[in-house]
Design a protein around this ligand. Structure first.
Ligand SMILES: C[S@@+](CC[C@H](N)C(=O)[O-])C[C@H]1O[C@@H](n2cnc3c(N)ncnc32)[C@H](O)[C@@H]1O
Length: 218
């Protein structure tokens, strides 16, 4: 509980006791399942509260009223299950996790069940869900999934209908923005991460395609 409250403080997101308990449960499940499912790099588990929990929780601060989130390439639940814990108990909250690896999707399903959070897991490829299923997203997230150009292509069906993209990025953010601007028009804010010295969080809006066709790397 104490560590959950410290992570919330670092992220700048106040949390209820219920959310702190859900986060503590998530971390214990992550530690237990990681050796068999390879959910996060084992070397990051010592700093799990900063590297993963606070790092994911800070995204909530960038869309404080949003209830409907879609997370692409959720892996071990980052940021999706942390966001779901933050929204626990909020009427209408719904977090979609899209993860094609069956073992990771099984973890997401079981962790969400034990945490009692409003999560739907899609054990499929992103391309087979986004734009094909009637997801209603206010926010689309993706952490450590792909360069920005590819994220915009994957999230395009949701972003072009008004969702906001929130994408944590590393030090290459400027070159990723330059590359993406060849294929897409969009507005963006680049917000410093509270957990990674050189990390930025991109908040992307008003997406539309430019005349150049983006590369298809799938
Ligand atoms: C590097 S991991 C990052 C996981 C998590 N977002 C995190 O920050 O720890 C990328 C995840 O995306 C999933 N993934 C990659 N391409 C995908 C696709 N086209 N559809 C669904 N999942 C995909 C992989 O299976 C993997 O679990």
């Amino acid at each position: 509980m104490e560590q959950a409250l410290e992570a919330a403080n670092q992220a700048g997101v106040p949390v209820s006791r219920e959310t702190a308990e859900a986060l503590a449960l998530y971390v214990s499940l992550l530690r237990r399942w990681n050796p068999t499912k390879n959910l996060v790099s084992a070397s990051t588990l010592d700093a799990v509260w900063t590297r993963h929990v606070a790092d994911s929780l800070q995204l909530v601060r960038l869309a404080p009223g949003a209830l409907r989130w879609v997370d692409m390439g959720s892996g071990g639940g980052l940021p999706a299950l942390v966001i779901a814990a933050a929204l626990k108990g909020r009427d209408g909250a719904e977090i979609h996790c899209i993860e094609s690896k069956l073992g990771k999707a099984a973890f997401l399903q079981e962790a969400a069940r034990q945490m009692r959070v409003p999560v739907r897991v899609w054990s499929k490829r992103i391309e087979d869900v986004v734009g094909r299923e009637p997801l209603q997203a206010e926010v689309v997230t993706a952490r450590a999934l792909a360069p920005l150009t590819d994220l915009l292509r994957l999230a395009n069906p949701l972003l072009k209908t008004g969702a906001v993209g929130i994408f944590p990025k590393g030090q290459d953010v400027v070159s990723e923005l330059t590359e993406a601007a060849k294929y897409w028009r969009f507005t963006h804010q680049s917000i410093p991460s509270v957990t990674e010295t050189r990390g930025r969080i991109l908040v992307i809006g008003d997406l539309s395609a430019s005349t150049a066709r983006p590369p298809d790397r799938t």
